[in-house]
Design a protein around this ligand. Sequence first.
Ligand code: F6P
Length: 548
Amino acid sequence: MSDTPELTRRPEWTALKDHRAEAFREPSLRELFAADPGRAERLTVRVGDLLIDYSKHLVTDETLALLRELAVATDVFGLRDAMFRGERINVTERRAVLHTALRAAPDAVVEVDGRNVVPEVRAVLGRMADFAERVRSGAWTGHTGRRIRNVVNIGIGGSDLGPAMAYEALRAFTDRDMTVRFVSNVDGADLHEATRDLDPAETLFVVASKTFTTIETVTNATSARSWLLAGLGGDEKAVARHFVALSTNAQEVTAFGIDADNMFEFWDWVGGRYSFDSAIGLSLMIAIGPEAFGEMLEGFRVVDEHFRTAPAEANAPLVLGLLGIWYGNFFDAQTHAVLPYSHYLSKFTAYLQQLDMESNGKSVQRDGRPVDWQTGPVVWGTPGTNGQHAYYQLIHQGTKLIPADFVGFANPVGELGGELAAQHDLLMANFFAQTQALAFGRTPEEVRAEGVPEELIAHKTFRGNHPTTTVLAAGLTPSVLGQLVALYEHKVFVQGAVWNIDSFDQWGVELGKVLAKRVEPALTQGTDVPGLDPSTQALVTAYRTLRK
Ligand code: F6P
């Protein structure tokens, strides 16, 4: 049993609680800005190419100082250093947490159990680059000698969301002559739709699975192999030219029938949701090329270095993590919206859902004691302007406090020209208008002054004081994407450290997997499943009656 005080009994926690009750009984961003002309400038931090304005938050300098004291008391930077040193901070799986080694400088030394892992990382990156170039140039051909024109990534969770999100984000940088698709769902419709118009002779399957035991992925990969063999005359030798694996598990890869030579390796110290800059990024690398992939890694590294070395006051992941704690733990905010103003970031929030919710959706501490404080929020959101015409109403005038991140860019992505490029200013006008409206609202007096009839004043009033962070960069490049992802990775880290939870395990997904295995025979063969609860039993019976 640990003798460190529980989080909520720490004096730093109590100080924040008191501060919330005293200084923020009736928060007013209008007043905070009016009283402090330097606020916008001071509460902006620049990291690499990112400008991060957090001045529209319900904080004062005192709030920020108190939050930093909490971070010191909970030893966030101590745990950060242990992570970068390769210590086994994933306590329940007894693993190091070293996604930062995946993008370390080539001459860096990062040791796991006394062995420098950077040369291995670079060696795999080199093999990936070589393979990606061969596919892109047509040197790598399929079984019938035809050039590969389609890449289908089969994976789920971290083996899908990261590469799929980054592929969308960097579409403008991809080889447009290639078709790249991502299949994750065990619903056969996913694979069907991804392959129905493809020629097997020109299709490469990239099977991405850290464990290579994930039922969805193995099932889809098996069906993909059947599809391929059916299309190529059944010669098993075709598999070697059309299947590669990204995994930590060479044994299972070989057992599946993929040649170990066609496997790109990574390591147990890379968590699935932190893995798209490892071999798991191969489909992305084929799409954007090794050079752009390297630029993305450099972007990650910029923010890693910042997180490792910047002082607390100017440490962006620390600040963003602490702001989340401020709302989640002291304002009872349950959710956090991430609203990108870029069509290319359409999968960014879905990616962050796994990153954040699988990492910090925990209710026991690192030593197994229950928490009696809120942990990770529900993360949600879609590209901004679409959201404006759907759910922003609730953010503006509903009863819930929803802190939100607005992510936008000063320039459209390079390819856009003419009228489409000009639309960018309209997009960004919305971006700026929304955070302004959320922060400052519209008072009844202002509404009245516009001549609005008295009975509509209340309806047209905006309370304001909805906190937002604005993240702005010149453009969405591979490097900027790496910077953005690393920013969120480390933000999630900071929150897990303060909450004293293991952000790197995911035991919560196991029970469903076990039960699915147990129920499946009842669906396929009608076998009795002992111990099935009456509700599920009745549903299974109904399913079998309906199943054709
Ligand atoms: O759903 C749990 C999980 O283990 C994720 O953490 C992981 O990203 C995903 O499944 C896929 O796992 P794998 O890469 O081993 O197939």
